[in-house]
Structure formats: structure tokens, C-alpha cells
Design a protein around this ligand. Structure first.
Ligand SMILES: *Cc1c(COP(=O)(O)O)cnc(C)c1O
Length: 415
């Protein structure tokens, strides 16, 4: 069953009517289905097989309670900051299943990761390699490292989330990475264990992922010939989801492409999936404040805004919007812009959308489970919304709504 569906004219998350969630917790509010996250996690985990280390990319949605569900199901984690490391450890994640990505790891972050005993640091430059080597030798340990290579493939996604192109800041060009591996003795405190790559996000075509995997395989084989023992290949994440009418890969298609590309290699596969695990398991529930008609241009002003869900403003992303109370679609002339209260013309959720809405109605913005709350800010001094987790017929608050005291405290008590 789809996690968000109508029954008796009311949109529900699993068993729970969303009007009841709004009545209990107020709006705007993020609502996630634990069952939907579990279904996606287990679908990928079964397709990839027990030998694969499936790391959940924490930046997609980082609530402690979601992380603790994933840790409980056996997930590993892909982190990009010391803050995310702290979250995963607090949620009970296994350090031996953590990979740490990112181009700008600070000294403190590297030391914290080494002290925690994580599985691997994905290093993105020679300068970072030097820094990791120095810190590991100060701590008297050897740092488990994969170089994140930049395979220079066109992922066919939004420019802001394409990460494996020559001109992007991510990774190390293949030839340069090869030279670093071959000069391994220059960094005595580095234990070169793997090769990593991640070419972008919201990929709807598997061909670029296959091409990147083939390039990584080529590098593995050259290093192997040179006598270097690499034990894992981390092929990143980026599997796309359906926001609108996209055709997207199934977990089985994805797993088949990776397994094909790595056939016969004695290595462990690592993946880093975010959006495809949680993206369609969450909605942002919002209430219509006003309707407004500017000389024929109709606006539906809701109580959520770009500070709560940035994707439409940042990427021009499409999100389906459904009325919580099932309603007939208006005639074609009835298109509206769904906008928030923020003082920016870029503050919108939909433009020219066919939608039945009147003041006081509840709307659900779908596909808000990934890069939703995680990107929320207090812009315009708005309080960040609460998060609610649905388990069967139970709705549980997993992050409270911020208060005016939360907003003002760091300035009233600057320390
Ligand atoms: C963001 C990111 C991911 C996850 O991407 P999704 O599209 O959410 O699967 C994985 N690896 C790295 C290095 C990332 O930066």
C-alpha cells in the first residue's frame, strides 16, 4: 500500500488521517511513515545482498529517531560532518559501518572520526590526505582511507547536484588518484582500503552509474596489478525517486548494474543511499492561510515556506501537492501558485498548479522526506517545524516545534 493514500475522503499516512496529525501537532509539520522507510531500506538491502555495506546518507534526513530505526535494521551511515557523526553515534549506529565523505573535513572532524573508529574516511584531495596522515600519527593509529575519485561522467541531473564532473569540486581526477595510491608509502599512517565515488543525486538513468563503476573497476585492476590490496569499492548513492512522472530505477535494477560492473572482483561493495530511502516516505503538511487574486493571477498562500522546504526554490523542483480532504480538481482556468509567507519571490512550492484549495484547507506536499527538514532554516525568524513519525496507527512526535525562546536564546546568551 502507498504510504500516503485516501480512505473515506481523507489523506492518511499509513492508518493515520493527516487532519488528526495537523489538529494534534499544528502546521506546518513534517510527517514520515516508518513503514515506508523500512520498505525502501529492506528492498535495497535485499537487492544488494548481505555482503554489501548499505550506508544511509544522513544529510538526506537526519532526525535521531529515524537514524535509530535505521541503525536497528542494520544500516551503515554516510556522514559529511562532525555533527552527523555525533547524531549517528547518539542514535546507536555502529562506528564500523560509518563512511565519512566531504571536501572540507576539519582537523576536529577527522580526529573525532578516528577516535570513534569509523569504517572509512573518503578523502577528496592530496591536502586532506596529508592532514589525515598527520592526525592519525599524532593519535597513534592508522587511518582507514578510500580516495574519492571524480570519474568525469555526465549524470543527467540538476547542475547543483551533479558531483562527478570534471568541473565539480568533488573528488580527485582518476589519473591523479592513481598516482596518490601508488605513492602510498609517503603517508605511513594511512591505510588505503578502498576506492570511492559519488557522481550526483536524483539520477533517473543507471547508465552513468554503470559508467562510473566501470571506471572505478579499471582503477582497481590497475592498482591490483601494481600490488596494491584494495578491499572495498564505494559507489556512492544518487538513485532517483519519482516526484512527478519520472521513470526511476528499481532497487533490483540498481543492484544488478552494480553487481554486473563488479563481477568477479574480490571486494566488498559499499553504497551511500539517501533520497531513495526516505524521499517518498515524508510529507510536509501545511494549511492554507489566504487565497489572493492579482488581476487574474491566483495565489494560494500557505503557512509553510521555503525555510521549511527549500527544494522548489533551490532547484525549481516539482513536488506533488494533495488536499488532505479529497476534492474535485477545478477546471483548467483554476491554476494557482502555491507560495509561502517569506519575503522572496522565490518562496514557492508550485507554480501554475491545478489544485482545489480554499482558506483553512490542509495540503500535503509530497516527496518531502529527503532534503526537506534537513535543509530547513530560521530565515525570516521563522520557527522550524516539528517532525512526526507514523508507526501503524500511532503518531509520535520526534522533534518538537521550535519556540521563540529557541530562536532568541543564542543571542540573549551569546556566552
Ligand atoms: C549526498 C550524498 C549521497 C546521497 O545522495 P542521494 O542522492 O541522497 O542518494 C551519497 N554520497 C555522498 C558523498 C553524498 O554527498
Amino acid at each position: 500500500m502507498r504510504p500516503f493514500h485516501y480512505r473515506e475522503g481523507i489523506l492518511r499516512a499509513d492508518e493515520v488521517p493527516l487532519d488528526q496529525v495537523a489538529a494534534r501537532f499544528g502546521t506546518p509539520v513534517y510527517v514520515y511513515s516508518e513503514m515506508a522507510i523500512h520498505e525502501r531500506y529492506t528492498a535495497f538491502s535485499h537487492a544488494l545482498g548481505p555482503e554489501t555495506l548499505l550506508c544511509y546518507a544522513v544529510k538526506a534526513s537526519s532526525n535521531l529517531h529515524l537514524l535509530s530505526c535505521l541503525a536497528h535494521w542494520g544500516a551503515g551511515f554516510d556522514i559529511v560532518s562532525g555533527g552527523e557523526l555525533a547524531r549517528v553515534l547518539r542514535a546507536g549506529g555502529d562506528p564500523q559501518r560509518i563512511v565519512f565523505s566531504g571536501v572540507g573535513k576539519s582537523r576536529e572532524e577527522i580526529a573525532a572520526a578516528l577516535n570513534a573508529g569509523i569504517f572509512c574516511l573518503n578523502v577528496e584531495s592530496e591536502a586532506e590526505l596529508e592532514r589525515v596522515d598527520t592526525i592519525a600519527s599524532e593519535l597513534g593509529c592508522r587511518a582507514p582511507v578510500a580516495l574519492r575519485v571524480n570519474p568525469d561522467v555526465e549524470p543527467g541531473t540538476h547542475r547543483y547536484i551533479a558531483t562527478g564532473l570534471r568541473e565539480s569540486k568533488f573528488g580527485i581526477p582518476m589519473a591523479q588518484a592513481e598516482n596518490l595510491y601508488l605513492a602510498a608509502e609517503r603517508w605511513p599512517a594511512i591505510d588505503f582500503r578502498g576506492i570511492a565515488c559519488h557522481i550526483g543525486s536524483q539520477l533517473t538513468d543507471l547508465a552513468p552509474i554503470a559508467e562510473a563503476a566501470r571506471k572505478v573497476r579499471g582503477l582497481y585492476e590497475r592498482l591490483s596489478k601494481a600490488g596494491m590490496a584494495i578491499s572495498h569499492l564505494d559507489l556512492g548513492g544518487g538513485v532517483g525517486i519519482r516526484y512527478h512522472d519520472e521513470q526511476v530505477p528499481t532497487p533490483a535494477d540498481y543492484a544488478a548494474v552494480l553487481h554486473d560492473a563488479l563481477t568477479g572482483l574480490p571486494v566488498r561493495l559499499v553504497v551511500e543511499l539517501g533520497r531513495s530511502i526516505v524521499g517518498n516516505a515524508g510529507v510536509l503538511l501545511t494549511r492554507v492561510e489566504y487565497l489572493k487574486d492579482n488581476e487574474g493571477k491566483k495565489f494560494c498562500i500557505v503557512d509553510a515556506a521555503m525555510n521549511d522546504l527549500l527544494r522548489p526554490s533551490l532547484y525549481g523542483a516539482w513536488h506533488d501537492i494533495l488536499p488532505v480532504q479529497e476534492a474535485e480538481l477545478p477546471a483548467e482556468t483554476g491554476t494557482l501558485d502555491v507560495v509561502g509567507p517569506i519575503c522572496e519571490s522565490g518562496d514557492f512550492f508550485a507554480r501554475g498548479r491545478l489544485l482545489a484549495a480554499k482558506a483553512g484547507d490542509l495540503l500535503a506536499i509530497l516527496g518531502a522526506g529527503a532534503y526537506g527538514f534537513a535543509m530547513a532554516s530560521q530565515y525570516n525568524s521563522r520557527l522550524r517545524p516539528p517532525e512526526v513519525l507514523i508507526r501503524g496507527n500511532e503518531a509520535r512526535l520526534i522533534r518538537r516545534r521550535e519556540t521563540l525562546a529557541d530562536l532568541l536564546a543564542p543571542e540573549e546568551n551569546p556566552g
